[in-house]
Design a protein around this ligand. Sequence first.
Ligand code: PMP
Length: 534
Amino acid sequence: MDSAATEPQLTEPYLTTVLSNSGLGVEYVRGEGNTLFHVGADGKEIPVTDYCGGYASLILGHNNAELTAHAKAVLDSGIPVYAQFSRHSAANRLAVKLNEIVARETGATEPYFAHFASTGAEAIETAVKQAEFDRVLKASALMSEIEAHVEQARRAAREGHLTVADSAYGKVPAPASPATAAGSPQEALEHLVAAVTRHNGEVADRPPALLALEGSFHGKLMGSVQLTHNSGFRSAFGRLGAQAHFVPPNQPDVLTKTVEGIRAQGRVLDVVVTDGVADVVERDYPVFCAFLLEPIQGEGGIRVLDREAAEHIQRVSAEADCPLLIDEIQTGLGRTGAFLASSLVGLRGDYYVLSKSLGGGIAKSSVVLVHQKRYRGEFELVHSSTFAKDGFSTAVALKVVELLEADDGAAYRQVEERGEMLRAALDRVRADYPEVVKDTRGKGLLQGLEFHDQSGSAAPTISSAAQGGILGYVAAGYLLGAHRVRVLPTASAPNTLRFAPSLHLTQEETDQLEAALRDLCSLFRDEDERRLTG
Ligand code: PMP
């Protein structure tokens, strides 16, 4: 007897039960291109066409032959995988290559420095920490400048040629006022300075302003989960980190208002002396840590950020000096037909975060690219990880990028072409089942199909799944069992199925998907309980 069948389930037992109940509790034993294989009762391999693509991390497919050969050669060469605190030429070559691509797609003329990590959420947190480090250093420089001005004023007061402008008291919060400040110019100045210092201390003590879009997904670790909009993932952990301001992606006025509101609360006070008169002026304080966004929200339901919204975000962020952190973890590495999906809508980031396909489906890798103007070299000494920038994953990532860039970017053209093929199939299904399919959307090989709400279905399995927010999982179980097609819903929009196959997607695989979806839609339309559970 198979010993695995008698072992207690000690890894994620709850999830394992959920998988089994929804027909997804299958163990895959082999993967190749867009196909995963599991073993049937007769011991034979059963192929399944995989549209999940490792949660969109397999732009080159499962076990890409060129990549696995390269990985084997890397290991056979005996290069050290872990030689921390030494030079890493493969990592640097990768950074150079990524810079060439970013410059080509965005027109950037200054470099981006690369900082490596292992996973998506880790890289998001690394990027946010970098942005916060830059902000804190800027804030500290501003406070030093204000202190120097205060000292200048004190010197002038001691030397007897300083008065405090009456108007100064109206610019600082109570209790400083001409009445409380009566006395010598030195005393008057100290009253003013006390109020200025108190106010500035309060502003500096506030948490950094983080902005993200409604529907966003930036990870599930302690910090990154605060930036993930879905309250089901976030709400229990809110006390563990700084809270984000979530703004709707396509309501420019709301963004403008939010940014202005934060900015208005983030003014510090400075003491300036002009012709022997001390006065108080307001100065902008660097309140903004970062604005995070995905060019296409993957887990949020394949929501594409349009050019107009992108331009507005770019403009508002630039005016407020709020760094733009573009999360290309899911959309990057050619997934949408360009290396950076953001470049297709004209966005330029201060920070880019890449992961998923960067590891080629065989390594864990992520990288933060930081624009020179935001970069602080000291950060390298305060942030590190044992596993970041290791010899294996960086050698694999370099090869991934070389494969994507080969033949003058043939891979990007292939993604575009196969993406159109996939989208056409989804659109045909939508056209024929308008009462079931609400929308199809996406770019390149990141596509989504959203179902109408099925909670009123006469089929109990369908209605209860829809009411419980798990309709997509029921659909996935059916497609796998009946059609050998593997699809899953997006994490935060369970009515939307995501299709993220590799660039090797064929017409035959697409036809198989189309037939499977047609069957599923007819079953939903006919409220056919028997066929679903049979
Ligand atoms: N950002 C985006 C856009 C993602 O899609 C994901 C993962 N789905 C993450 C961050 C988090 O990556 P990881 O799961 O590797 O932590």
